[in-house]
Design a protein around this ligand. Structure first.
Ligand code: HEM
Length: 144
């Protein structure tokens, strides 16, 4: 009995020792490169100012609560860059459904974002990573 117990104990301890390590926490490196939440707020403000002044696309936003959109964009970028936020908005399909956005609309939005990233002086590698977050969302936004 004693022997059986020690065999079981060895199996349990051995099992634990060979268990895979728990997954590393998600990196917040991009969040930090963006300057944390204050940096993301500056970026979103600069982007929205440009979108608002952009005659190519600003009509899409004429009935939008901009304070709400600002809050949701900040949450979305914060969460996607590894920051301590939870995105509480709708899915990208849902948020853009019925707008019939085309490639040109998406490109104009991204151009405004890039101009804003330059305005707030984000490093080129940080800009690339932000575009890497937004680019893959295109199919969920265009043509909905
Ligand atoms: C990667 C590009 C884009 C991202 C990350 C993005 C993100 C978002 C987010 C987070 C919201 C809020 C969702 C919610 O209301 O729950 C939103 C709403 C909205 N987006 Fe986009 N968006 C993108 C591209 C575009 C483009 C290209 C346009 C038009 C040119 C656009 C027009 C709008 C409008 C008008 C709303 C407000 C909808 C409403 O008032 O109900 N978005 N977007």
């Amino acid at each position: 009995m004693k022997r059986l117990l020690s065999v079981m104990l060895a199996a349990i301890v051995g099992g634990c020792a060979s268990a895979p390590p728990s997954p590393a926490p998600p990196s917040d490196a991009l969040y930090r490169s963006l300057g944390g939440t204050p940096g993301i707020e500056r970026l979103v403000d600069a982007s929205l100012a440009r979108v608002h002044a952009d005659l190519r696309i600003n009509l899409f936003f004429e009935n939008t609560d901009l304070a709400d959109l600002r809050r949701l964009l900040i949450e979305q970028i914060c969460a996607a860059s590894g920051g301590p936020c939870v995105y509480t908005g709708r899915s990208m399909e849902e948020a853009h459904s019925g707008m019939n956005l085309i490639d040109e609309d998406f490109n104009a939005f991204v151009e405004d974002l890039v101009a804003a990233m330059n305005e707030v002086a984000l490093a080129a590698s940080t800009q690339e990573q932000v575009l890497g977050l937004f680019g893959p969302m295109k199919p969920e936004i265009v043509g909905q």
